[in-house]
Design a protein around this ligand. Structure first.
Ligand code: KIV
Length: 280
């Protein structure tokens, strides 16, 4: 089936995001599906099809469950559901780390098959050749430093970064490396507040914070976390702006009771032999 992709020229460009350095904060959220992208598109500057989709929608324990095909399918859905936001799709673990050639091939597939504006990948100094090669191929890249969920197994868990002098210096090296490699922006995740604020002052590309600092040039949250849909542990840095867990479980409870009592479907939800105006 042909995919109907909206034209990209009315979208917020990665260049427009880059120019927002030290300006009005950049509003970002993750999105994985068509209906949610439709709801968010008017309110955000950037939608990230994060590899968190593997955990949030597919029930994997870590983001390592994401595949390129999974990211492309969700990227297509988010592109169909949005017309304005800059859309960035994550490169999942195992699709870019081996070499610059592998990174460019994966990024090219994501761009060609979704029509999104940019890709994101995790890593700093260790990923500069990958970032530089993707950018040289004409594909904008968003970096991701600090806590890197694709490395949690290697790191032995979700560990906040920047708590030792050594770690602070490494984070700054990572931020500068990502900037110098040509990224248009960088996510800073799970990092000591003062360190994220300092990096934001020292680099010329926008920083997007998640569990980082209010001084970052923008903020991002995982959509399911911020609307209260997360059923497992909600991280400290999340603010729940709605409680959809309660809304959904109350709706399901009421529906179940009405089905069992034969209250649903009622007269307004069934069809008579003669066509009426409100028939579908
Ligand atoms: O995958 C994701 O959702 C992310 C954000 C948390 C930045 O990388």
């Amino acid at each position: 089936m042909a995919t109907e992709l909206p034209t990209t020229d009315i979208r917020i460009s990665t260049e427009a995001i880059r120019r927002r350095k030290a300006g009005t904060p950049i509003v970002c959220l993750t999105a994985y599906t068509y209906p949610v992208a439709r709801l968010l598109d008017d309110h955000v500057d950037l939608l990230l099809v994060g590899d968190s989709v593997a955990m949030v929608l597919h029930g994997y324990k870590t983001t390592l469950g994401a595949s390129l095909e999974m990211m492309i399918a969700h990227g297509q859905a988010v592109m169909r559901g949005s017309a304005r936001a800059c859309v960035v799709v994550d490169l999942p673990a195992g699709t870019y780390e081996a070499s610059a050639t592998q990174a460019v091939a994966s990024a090219r597939r994501v761009i060609d098959e979704t029509g999104c504006q940019a890709v994101k990948l995790e890593g700093g100094v260790d990923m500069t050749s990958q970032i530089a090669a993707i950018v040289a191929a004409g594909i904008p890249v968003m970096g991701h430093i600090g806590l890197q969920p694709q490395s949690v197994e290697k790191d032995g868990g979700y560990k906040i970064k920047g708590r030792t002098e050594e770690a602070v210096a490494a984070l700054l090296r990572d931020a500068l490396a990502v900037e110098n490699a040509g990224a248009f922006s960088v996510v800073i995740e799970g990092t000591v507040e003062a360190v994220a604020a300092d990096i934001t002052r020292r680099i010329a590309i926008p920083t997007i914070g998640i569990g980082a600092s209010g001084d970052c040039d923008g903020q991002i949250l995982v959509i399911d976390d911020m609307v209260g849909l997360t059923v497992d542990r909600v991280p400290k840095f999340v603010k729940e702006y709605a409680d959809l867990r309660s809304v959904i479980s109350h709706a399901a409870e009421t529906y179940a009771a009405e089905v069992r009592s034969r209250t649903f479907p009622g007269p307004g939800h069934v069809f008579s032999a003669t066509k009426s105006r409100d028939d579908a």
